[in-house]
Ligand binder design. Sequence first.
Ligand SMILES: NC(=O)C1=CN([C@@H]2O[C@H](COP(=O)(O)OP(=O)(O)OC[C@H]3O[C@@H](n4cnc5c(N)ncnc54)[C@H](OP(=O)(O)O)[C@@H]3O)[C@@H](O)[C@H]2O)C=CC1
Ligand SMILES: O=C(O)CCCC(=O)O
Length: 486
Amino acid sequence: MSLQSELNDPALLRHHGFIDGAWQDADDHTTLAVHDPASGALLGTVPRMGTAETRRAIEAAQRAWPAWRAKTAKERAALMRRWFDLMIAHADDLARILTAEQGKPLAEAKGEIVYAASFIEWFAEEGKRVSGDTLASPSADKRPIVVKEPIGVCAAITPWNFPAAMITRKVGPALAAGCPIVVKPAEATPFSALAMAVLAERAGIPAGVLSVVTGDPQAIGAEMTGNPIVRKLSFTGSTAVGRLLMAQSAPTVKKVTLELGGNAPFIVFEDADLDAAVAGAIASKYRNSGQTCVCTNRFYVHEAVHDAFTRKLADAVRELKVGLGTAPGVTVGPLIDAAAVSKVERHVDDARAKGATILVGGTRHALGHGFFEPTVIAGATHDMALASEETFGPLAPVFRFSNDDEVVQFANATEFGLAAYFYSRDVGRIWRIADALEYGMVGINTGLLSNEVAPFGGIKQSGLGREGSRYGIDDYVVIKYLCLAA
Ligand SMILES: NC(=O)C1=CN([C@@H]2O[C@H](COP(=O)(O)OP(=O)(O)OC[C@H]3O[C@@H](n4cnc5c(N)ncnc54)[C@H](OP(=O)(O)O)[C@@H]3O)[C@@H](O)[C@H]2O)C=CC1
Ligand SMILES: O=C(O)CCCC(=O)O
């Protein structure tokens, strides 16, 4: 059965890019194939667009900008609210498309659609609260006034691990602030982006305000970063590509928001509620088969509870059900592609060769293709590749520690600084450790910290800026100072 025939609204599955309110092919009519990561089956194609199409989308955004910024925040919010309502009304179809191209279990995909829609709703409201200031004047004859204005045409480059939410977390604040935006989705997962664009069009978002350009990452990225019309670039993805885009944005001095890689530690202190810590560990590590930049990469467990925690974690991991995202009860789907599977395998092999013990999993799953067994290994050490590289897969390495100072040092010994987690019931320790961890986000007695009201983002080489929350709109406005003389 084709994906289209499974949808209540087959028109949501589009095979064209969306530029200036029109569904378009690539100029040279070339296409990119999109595959189901669970089976490798061809799902369909999208246009392989490049420089010229991206430039047209940017120029359309520039034309659309004056009318879009001239609307009141309330008028923009009404259109965005309609878009949000349509996303919720079509959540089942959007989730089905997402699972087909990304692999995550259907329930998790539906969760992502609701999460994605929440950014549209949240920022529609938040746009109404972008306010300036009147400052106290140092002289009697002048009134200093601060106004906030939309930054202008924005561009977004997004990853395959959250094909819906990483788009709305950027598009939501842009539209709310009064900025048009051009989006390049990951080539593995363009259909979710295009389906959301269908709904944005139906909601009445004007032509040019939101365009989706699919295709060649280098060409599209070069145009988005090089074109002086674009005033802001927002990127989620690997640190290597983030660095490159930041450098490419330098000649035109664009504002950049970067959500990059992580290497999240998850610390279990000796006073932790171990069952709660195991539940948090499962949520944090195996969500999206471990393919989330805030997924735990390293477990540090105090020696007094190490054996008990590790046993409970291994037992819980044995209960996970691996399979097709569409199969009932499945909790762990496939990884995105063969390279992702090879990376997990390399980390496991390297750890085994350096003395780690495989407690559960450790091999490719019998289902083949993108599937890897959820894995727990004990005896992890800092010379293993998994200690410094983001595995981005279902591998939980457990390290042992003996005191607070030591574990903070281990946790912070990385160039990344996105998310960290710890479990403790001691209030004094909670404050001390929360202060000491060099991370942008810290989950305390929880393994899940993302939602639309939270400022999502990292420090160090995990990125710049914050997305979501009331702070998330700041990157899409500029401050103008007016000096009014009497
Ligand atoms: N922070 C996060 O959420 C994510 C982190 N990662 C990390 O990165 C690793 C590699 O994943 P990968 O998908 O390769 O991540 P990338 O950083 O390569 O991909 C993210 C986005 O950037 C695009 N892109 C890639 N190269 C360029 C370029 N030169 N110019 C402009 N855009 C570009 C991709 O396009 P296209 O898909 O078309 O290649 C995609 O849209 C993962 O294993 C993980 O460790 C990955 C994804 C998300
Ligand atoms: O950057 C990512 O990996 C996606 C973030 C997922 C989340 O919002 O929790």
